[in-house]
Design a binder for this molecule. Structure first.
Ligand SMILES: CC(C)(COP(=O)(O)OP(=O)(O)OC[C@H]1O[C@@H](n2cnc3c(N)ncnc32)[C@H](O)[C@@H]1OP(=O)(O)O)[C@@H](O)C(=O)NCCC(=O)NCCS
Length: 257
């Protein structure tokens, strides 16, 4: 059975204070706890393997915070239900899986997304990219555009996965635009700009900045909201999906500390 390894490259996508693990190849279904296996009982084998890969990576990363035998359940909306003290994110793509976790004392939420560079077919580029993204992509050499669209895609998915556990808000690709700092280097930063008011920006101040890295024919984007980004003096009660109501109220009343 392959085992996940610590991922310094993914940890470098976040400012500090995270633990990440990655796994190449398939996850092992036998590594799932029974309650986790129940969640994918009727799924096709490929989905069971990717789900197992995610749980294996998450387990490795949580172990770095001393949590080794945690059953990582999924909510009805699919988001992982992390231990009370941690937040995190999981992503899998062909032959690769990664998870990141951090302490709730440091982070409001974390988001991660990995994509195969060039995977989004050209016919969906206009779904992924709004006018601002298209303008940026069209300014690049034509042979760079497929990779650039993949960057926009991964950045939006990472941001989505970061904000969702806090707000429960569903976002369309065109609700955001992504502004990479530059094009060329294998690693860099990007800003997320809202094209309509987003719930998360009511209590987190700009800039909304993430990081990406191209590696092994893939791109991984990371987005974190640190406790330090909470708007000064704001106290916001967040609307969350029904299946999150079991969480402690102090998780949901975000206050400047
Ligand atoms: C969840 C989603 C963002 C990515 O899923 P995906 O394409 O299968 O890609 P990934 O493998 O990278 O991520 C899946 C993992 O994300 C996590 N996840 C799923 N839903 C989530 C949510 N709502 N919030 C946070 N994390 C979530 C899960 O851990 C899941 O893996 P698992 O089911 O094996 O545990 C996407 O499917 C989705 O729900 N999109 C709807 C909204 C959207 O994409 N809007 C455009 C972006 S702004």
């Amino acid at each position: 059975m392959r085992v996940p390894t610590a991922s310094s490259r993914v940890e470098a996508l976040f400012a500090a204070n995270v633990a990440a693990a990655e796994l190449r190849g398939d996850g092992a279904p036998e590594a799932l706890f029974p309650a986790e296996a129940d969640y994918v009982r009727s799924a096709v084998p490929k989905r069971v393997r990717e789900f197992a890969a995610g749980r294996m990576c998450a387990r490795q990363a949580m172990g770095r915070y001393g949590i080794s035998q945690f059953v990582l359940r999924a909510a009805a909306d699919r988001q992982p239900l992390w231990p009370d003290t941690l937040v995190g994110s999981i992503s899998h793509t062909t032959g690769f899986c990664v998870a990141v976790v951090g302490r709730k004392a440091d982070w409001l939420a974390l988001g991660l997304d990995t994509e195969v560079v060039g995977a989004p077919p050209e016919e969906v580029w206009s779904t992924i990219c709004g006018p601002g993204d298209i303008e940026w992509c069209n300014a690049l050499p034509p042979d760079a555009r497929a990779a650039a669209v993949t960057l926009v895609f991964a950045a939006k998915e990472a941001f989505y996965k970061c904000q969702y556990p806090l707000t429960g808000e569903w976002l369309d690709f065109h609700d955001l635009s992504v502004v990479p700092s530059e094009w060329g280097p294998e690693e860099g930063t990007f800003l997320v700009q809202q094209t309509r008011p987003l719930a998360v920006t009511q209590f987190v101040s700009a800039p909304l900045e993430g990081r990406y890295a191209f590696h092994d024919g893939l791109i991984t984007a990371g987005f974190g909201l640190s406790r330090g980004a909470i708007r000064s003096g704001r106290s916001v009660s967040l609307v969350v999906p029904e299946d999150l109501h079991h969480r402690k109220q102090d998780d949901l009343d975000v206050q400047h500390r």
